[in-house]
Design a protein around this ligand. Structure first.
Ligand code: GAL
Length: 734
């Protein structure tokens, strides 16, 4: 029978290209996911991750093979590698964003010790996408995703694709198709069956191939089983019902392989009328782009951080779609999108440049790997089959479209470009619109895949006016697209600030294009997105001001901008009420929850007048449901420190974010506090990040990585003039 074991721990790493005979003492012990270098969050150079490194892992087979084949599966390593076992080359892979596997059986020492070596080239190889020209993101280096050891019978399942049909009727059906591989010298007579179960409920149904299927010796065979499910529960944004299919391969009544796949019943289509329909209902798409990189650790974020990013986009930013700009992202991220009901636009690696035939060959291979890996995710609704913002290339893009449709007839294709007079070879015209408005579509259906971005970079410590304008630009575009029936949605650039090359960004190697900063902490633009959340789900009330008299040009706070999903706000300055106000429906007629823009504030707070605290009360259905206060005193009141998680797994790689800020008496961050904060850690964990940290924008974050022991981690933070604070994180054995 098959057995899959995590293979993330016990690795050795050297940032050099080392031969087999170099002793282990030249290496450092590491756990995957791993970055080949830790960085400060900015002001570093991409040259610093561009080197060849060596990963080594010594292991004895954890269990005896018993006739099975043994594979090693890499979820991703940046950007090209040679893999050796016991001094013999097993294989190589070029490309940092897609998974790869090797059958290591013939290289194994089944009883003794094995030495696995990965020679990893993390240079920006111009022969591998996205490189060959400038690129506005960093790829970083390292074996940055999970690795697995997999035992399989010689005849086993390679992959499974589950298609659902007629899901909107009471006669929903399924087609489960598996690719079976036979690595033995005799043809194998097998039978495929599947138990399908609603993940939460447990109603189960079994499907089986009517006849035995013969898989030729050393060959492959596609086997399909289909059947009726009946009434299904749909996967939707608010109720993302998931189903599990346990697919079993039997031979002579013995189970030889078993695979678990999660899927959902749903339809997702763009129609010729220009709209996107989820389960037959029109849905306007509002979303943001996400890069997979993080401060300090590059792309090497463990499952918890990947999952958290999906939660941030859905629950903190209220988006219904995310684009995985510009490459396939972590399986953990996508799984979380399935679980919480967040739609995904996934695309192949690249950035503007199309290389030669070999380069295009890797790109087509990436496309295939992406679709085969991810086509069971209900969250994914479209495949991006062009290199982001590349020029037309008819042969290449006819091929990618055809391949995508062949591998997955259920999903439509898009291909992101920034010009409308482009050959429309896809199903959906996916367009980056940097006009600061919404261009009239020339093709249907039309989806905006980026806007804003470099047109208005904004930092958390920018002057209030700029932060407000940044937020309002997002609000204006989303408002406008919501009012255009021929635009199916808009995905803004972008969710989080990200590290980039010197040709882009603010010179410090950050593109400050996020609605959140690189630590995933909000700018006012994040409040705009958050304010579109339905009030039934969560009340949002966020005044976009630091409440200072002289920060804006000319002084004052006019207009006072507030993002919220309440019906009305009442403004108090000190004890006095200055009246109730409604959202600005005149400027934003299409948003569910327009910003409040309260003008005439200079009548209340003028030069020379004594400042008083701001108090905003939000009313929903005539009831006061939320309140925000901002201190007029404006001085540091406390140091704030909070870990996102109270508990981590003691597996050597689990991590949580620890946020710190300097705040006023009501907990609002002080954006111009650039205090130096220093940290100490105690217990079975490690701090990842800059320590001490000079705050930028009054807020930042570090990460805590769990060690191997169960216990308690205490992080202490201090800064001059404020009380020391601490955060506790328990670690428990996995
Ligand atoms: C786009 C590009 C993105 C990012 C963005 C910045 O042209 O597709 O990757 O660079 O500009 O606004």
């Amino acid at each position: 029978m098959k057995h899959v074991l995590p293979f993330n721990d016990g690795w050795l790493f050297s940032p050099r290209d080392l031969a087999m005979d170099i002793p282990d003492s030249e290496f450092a012990a590491v756990t995957l996911p791993h970055t080949n270098k830790l960085f400060p969050h900015h002001n570093f150079d991409n040259q610093e991750y561009q080197f060849i490194s060596t990963y080594r892992k010594r292991f004895t087979l954890p269990e005896s093979r018993q006739g099975r084949r043994v594979y090693i599966d890499f979820d991703g390593a940046m950007i090209a590698c040679d893999v050796m076992l016991n001094g013999r080359k097993v294989g190589e892979y070029e490309g940092g964003f897609t998974p790869f596997s090797f059958d290591i059986t013939d290289y194994l020492d089944e009883r003794g010790e094995n030495v696995l070596t990965v020679r990893l080239d993390s240079t920006e190889r111009t022969d591998i996408p996205p490189y060959g020209f400038v690129v506005d993101y960093l790829t970083f280096g390292g074996i940055y995703r999970d690795v697995w050891l997999r035992y399989v019978e010689p005849c086993h399942i390679v992959n499974v694709f589950i298609q659902t049909k007629d899901v909107l009727s009471s006669q929903a059906s399924l087609e489960i198709s598996a690719l079976i591989k036979n690595q033995s010298p005799t043809p194998q007579h097998v039978r495929l069956s599947s138990v399908v179960r609603e993940t939460a409920e447990g109603k189960a149904q079994t499907y089986t191939t009517p006849d035995e299927v013969i898989v030729p010796a050393y060959g492959e065979q596609q086997v399909t089983i289909s059947g009726l499910w009946g009434e299904c529960r749909l996967w939707s944004l608010n109720n993302p019902t998931l189903y599990d299919a346990e697919i079993t391969l039997t031979s002579k009544n013995t189970v030889i392989d078993r695979v678990q796949e999660r899927f959902g019943f749903r339809t997702a289509r763009w129609e010729k009328d220009g709209s996107f329909y989820l389960n037959g209902q029109p849905l306007k798409l509002i979303g943001l782009n996400r890069h997979q990189t993080y401060p300090y650790i590059g792309a090497a974020a463990p499952a918890r951080l990947q999952r958290r990013d999906a939660e941030i986009v859905k629950y903190e930013l209220g988006c219904n779609i995310v684009r995985t700009s510009h490459y396939p992202q972590s399986p953990h991220f996508l799984r979380r999108c399935d679980e919480i009901g967040l739609l995904v636009f996934e695309e192949i690696p690249g950035w503007q440049h199309i290389g030669d035939n070999d380069w295009q060959g890797i790109s087509v291979r990436d496309l295939e790997a992406m679709i085969v890996r991810d086509r069971n995710h209900p969250s994914i609704v479209i495949w991006g089959v062009r290199i982001n913002e590349s020029q037309d290339n008819e042969a290449f893009y006819r091929a990618t479209n055809a391949l995508a449709h062949q591998l997955d007839p259920t999903r439509q294709t898009g291909g992101v470009r920034y010009f409308q007079n482009s050959q429309f070879l896809e199903d959906v015209f996916t367009f980056n619109d940097f006009s600061n408005s919404v261009q009239e579509p020339e093709h249907q259906p039309h989806l905006i895949t980026e806007f804003n971005g470099h047109m208005f970079p904004t930092k958390t410590w920018d002057q209030e006016e700029r932060l407000i304008e940044h937020a309002l630009r997002h609000a204006r575009i989303q408002d406008k697209q919501l009012g255009m029936p021929n635009v199916s949605g808009a995905i803004g650039w972008c969710a989080f600030d990200y590290n980039t090359h010197q040709e882009f960004g603010s010179g410090d190697r950050i593109c400050y294009h996020g609605v959140m900063d690189i630590f995933r902490l909000p700018k006012y633009a994040a409040y705009f997105y958050e304010s579109q959340i339905a009030p039934e789900q969560r009340i949002v009330l966020r005044a976009a001001t630091i409440w200072a008299m002289g920060d804006r040009s000319g002084g004052g706070n006019d207009p006072l901008v507030i993002f919220g999903n309440v019906d009305e706000v009442e403004i108090f300055i000190g004890e006095a009420s200055f009246g109730r106000y409604q959202p600005d429906r005149a400027e934003f007629p299409h948003l569910p929850h327009p910003p409040f823009q309260i003008r005439g504030l200079n009548l209340w707070v003028t030069w020379g007048q004594k400042m008083a605290d701001l108090r905003v009360v939000g009313y929903w259905k005539d009831e006061a449901v939320a309140e925000q206060r901002i201190a007029s005193r404006g001085l540091p009141h406390a140091l704030y420190l909070k870990a996102d998680d109270a508990e981590l797994l003691a597996d050597g790689s689990d991590m949580t974010r620890v946020v710190f800020k300097v705040v006023d008496a009501y907990g609002n961050r002080l954006p111009y506090a650039n205090a130096v904060v220093s940290f100490e850690i105690e217990g079975p964990g490690e701090l990842i990040g800059e320590n001490p940290f000079a705050l930028m924008g009054g807020q930042a974050a570090l990460y805590v990585r769990a060690g191997w022991q169960a216990g308690e981690i205490i992080v202490r933070a201090k800064t001059r003039g404020l009380d020391e604070v601490q955060a506790k994180i328990a670690t428990r054995s996995p």
